[in-house]
Design a protein around this ligand. Structure first.
Ligand code: ADP
Ligand code: MG
Length: 727
């Protein structure tokens, strides 16, 4: 009997639900462990408070004296909550979060101690971070990296540690993390969008990009996960036969949440409340043991931090419940994978959502301006958008006939399609008073505040307008949202900047009125951006053909997709918008392509090991049982034995065939890996993608066939039905 699997099953089946109670209202818990406005008012001097606010709202620098005051206040607050350590908390390009804890404790002389935390420690640190990926940026000894306080994201307490969100940059100024380019992109979109918003309201001082992510994940018993080396090491199952019942019945989706999962969620949500993460929605997802959690949207930098923090907290809370959270995009073949929808919009300092249809024709013209500019930005940068979500794990969704496709397109719904069609007919140049009135009353003025078909329709669209925001659905579940959000906000910033220039030109040179100029430019934009609009089935082969005709890219794999990150167009874009210079872009590209190779390499090794060390020996064991049986029958019946041993002999032969095939394919895979190792990184990635990875399916096919043949008692790997249906 295969011990690990059955022990794990026994353990999993004997679990009790860990009780979680909520005694306090969530609103009173919310933000208790965050150095937020209320806390600041309580602990900071007025000068210090004003200084922080100014830094948050206007990006102003905080001087050293004030920083000392803030540090001291943070320390007092943290100590009052039993905190002992502080850390600069950052997001290196590994995708995970990083922290190195230092105690507040210091000695004075030899015999006395006290808690200390000054402005210096708050503002800047130099972690020994030489092992973080840098893509060649920090090659020299001089070019070390440092972390610097990001006052726009509040410090928080996790456990007994005060965490200070920081950027991570090289001394030469180049970004080594996800946050730095994101902050620059958010600044760019603020500048461009504010300038355009001022056409409609002079009082707009700032525009914030907002992000509301929806996090999908699998929740599996810890013992079961630990019994599968592939899940532990690669985050996904590299083999395993589909269960007789998968998600075909859709009986899990939105069903009642299983007790253990619910208990985990309550615990997690409580922690989120303390950390100021405004979680709101929880439900079962489509696949068995798959769930989703979504917060209320926030300013993008904060939302990104909160998602990164959440992914970390999820794991910790799960372990308390003897569960494991699988954030991988495709842990199980044959059932849905996980994504992280990124809902995105732009909001003004005056409280207006620029992507929400308004009540008046003027506010609707403003809505259309931002709406159409976003569509144009996506149309012109669809390939870069695809690159922003590329990863080895997300390839299992994109371009693998699973939601959503690798082809970028924008869904806008019937009503807005109609509005755009009408706007396309706007007269070139000056508009007659009648036309203006007609536009205002019958086109712009008729956009309903609630767009009926934009809520949840067309789930196949990777970038859908959902009534008052766009929803980017192709982001991977384990991705850091900063990467796609940096790209989206940068392309929209660039687009709005161009729009402003073009409108101003029409006003200055052709003496058009402001609204006439806007109508004229929007008309041209609509004509130019038609290719990206698509309301049909994004999974169909017809769309692939159609998209090709339209000239849209269809980069199914990461090595193909990533190239767009270092095209001349992208390098120019990022540098023009001051988001990343060429070194930063190329180093990121290198890190990502390298990571791709390593991931596939690891999967190849693990699959090879499992197939050779678990599957084949088990197959031989069972085959020997069959051989004994056949020999016994022969002894018993003599020459007539075949009548009774027919099935057994077929099994013996099948097993030999599968073992043979497994060995052949593993040898082939190892050969291909060896070949790939000699190549330059790009060719290597392409070989891993096109030569190594396809063999996984061949190896798996034979292993899965053996799983069906062999005695269940002997099978060493926890089966799909056990992983997916144990609650
Ligand atoms: P659903 O899509 O399930 O109908 P909602 O439309 O209310 O629900 O919200 C879905 C997600 O979109 C939530 O995570 C929410 O925070 C986010 N969201 C709502 N409004 C905005 C906005 N203006 N900007 C960014 N995200 C938003
Ligand atoms: Mg949604």
């Amino acid at each position: 009997m295969s011990t690990i699997r059955f022990q794990a099953l026994k353990e999993a089946l004997n679990r009790n639900v860990i009780k979680v109670t909520e005694t306090q209202r969530r609103s009173t818990l919310f933000g208790s462990n965050v150095f937020n406005h209320d806390t600041m008012l309580q602990y900071l001097t007025k000068d210090a408070y004003v200084s922080v606010l100014d830094a948050i709202e206007n990006g102003s620098k905080i001087n050293r004296k004030i920083a000392d005051q803030i540090a001291s206040a943070m320390k007092e607050w943290a100590l009052s909550k039993g905190v002992t350590h502080y850390t600069h908390w950052f997001q290196p390009l590994t995708g995970a979060t990083a922290e190195k804890h230092d105690a507040f404790f210091e000695t004075i002389g030899n015999d006395r101690g006290m808690e200390k935390f000054g402005g210096d420690q708050l503002v800047q640190q130099e972690p020994d971070a030489s092992s973080f990926p840098h893509g060649g940026i920090r090659n020299t000894f001089e070019a070390r990296g440092y972390t610097a306080w990001d006052p726009t994201s509040p410090a928080f307490i996790y456990g007994t540690t005060l965490c200070i969100p920081t950027v991570f940059v090289a001394y030469t100024g180049e970004a080594l993390d996800y946050k730095t380019p994101l902050l620059r992109a958010l600044h760019a979109v603020d500048t461009s969008a504010t300038a355009v918003a001022k056409y409609f309201d002079k009082n707009v001082k700032k525009v914030n990009a907002s992000l509301g992510w929806e996090q999908e994940y699998f929740l599996i018993d810890r013992a079961l996960v630990n019994s599968r080396p592939d899940l532990v090491i690669t985050g996904r199952t590299l083999l395993g036969h589909s269960p007789a019942k998968g998600q075909q019945l859709d009986d899990h989706y939105f069903g009642s949440i299983p007790q253990r999962a619910l208990s985990f969620m309550m615990d997690l949500e409580k922690e989120c409340m303390l950390l100021g993460i405004p979680v709101k929605t929880r439900h079962n997802e489509v696949a068995p043991n798959q769930f989703e959690l979504a917060p209320i949207h926030e300013e993008t930098n904060l939302a990104v931090d909160h998602n990164a923090l959440l992914m970390d907290v999820m794991e910790k809370i799960a372990s308390r419940h003897h569960l494991k959270v699988l954030l991988h995009e495709k842990p199980f073949e044959g059932v849905n994978g996980s994504g992280k929808h990124n809902n995105w919009s732009l909001a003004t300092s005056t409280g207006v959502n620029l992507l929400s249809p308004g009540k008046t024709p003027m506010s609707n013209l403003q809505f259309l301006t931002f709406f159409i500019n976003t569509i144009k930005a996506i149309n012109e940068n669809e390939e870069l958008m695809r690159a922003g979500i590329a990863s080895a794990s997300n390839d299992h969704r994109l371009g693998a006939n699973e939601a959503p496709p690798a082809i970028m397109s924008v869904f806008i719904g019937r009503q807005l399609t109609e509005v755009l069609r009408e706007l396309e007919g706007v007269t070139d140049g000056k508009l007659s008073p009648e036309e203006k009135t007609d536009l205002k009353l019958n086109v712009v003025g008729k956009i309903p505040e609630i767009l009926l078909d934009n809520t949840d329709r067309n789930r196949t669209s990777p970038f859908a307008f959902t009534g008052n925001k766009f929803e980017f659905r192709a982001v991977g579940s384990k991705a850091n949202c900063a990467n796609p959000m940096t790209i989206l906000n940068t392309i929209v910033a660039k687009q709005l900047k161009e729009f402003k220039i073009e409108v101003d030109q029409l006003i200055d040179k052709k003496s058009l009125k402001k609204d006439e100029a806007i109508f004229n430019i929007l008309r041209e934009y609509i004509k130019k951006s038609k290719n990206i609009l698509f309301d049909g089935n994004g999974y169909g082969i017809e769309w692939e053909k159609e998209a090709k005709k339209r000239g849209l890219s269809n980069n199914r794999t990461t090595p193909e997709a990533l190239k767009a990150k270092i095209s001349k167009k992208s390098l120019d874009l990022f540098s023009e918008m001051n988001v990343m210079n060429e070194t930063e872009c190329t180093s990121r590209y290198e890190i990502e392509i390298e990571e791709y190779v390593i991931r596939i390499q690891i999967e190849g090794r693990v699959l090879g090991d499992i197939a050779r060390n678990h599957v084949i020996p088990t197959a031989i064991k069972y085959q020997n049982m069959m051989i004994n049986n056949v020999t016994g029958l022969k002894n018993l019946y003599g020459t007539g034995f075949k009548k009774y041993a027919k099935e057994q002999m077929e099994i013996i032969e099948s097993i030999s065939r599968h073992i043979g095939d497994i060995n052949t394919y593993i040898n082939k895979m190892i050969e291909e890996r060896k070949k790939a190792e000699t190549l330059s990184i790009e060719k290597k990635a392409s070989n891993y993608c096109n030569k190594v990875k396809p063999l996984f399916a061949d190896i798996r096919y034979n292993c899965d066939a053996l799983e069906l043949l062999i005695d269940d008692e002997l099978w060493p790997l926890t089966k799909y039905r056990e992983l997916l249906f144990t609650r």
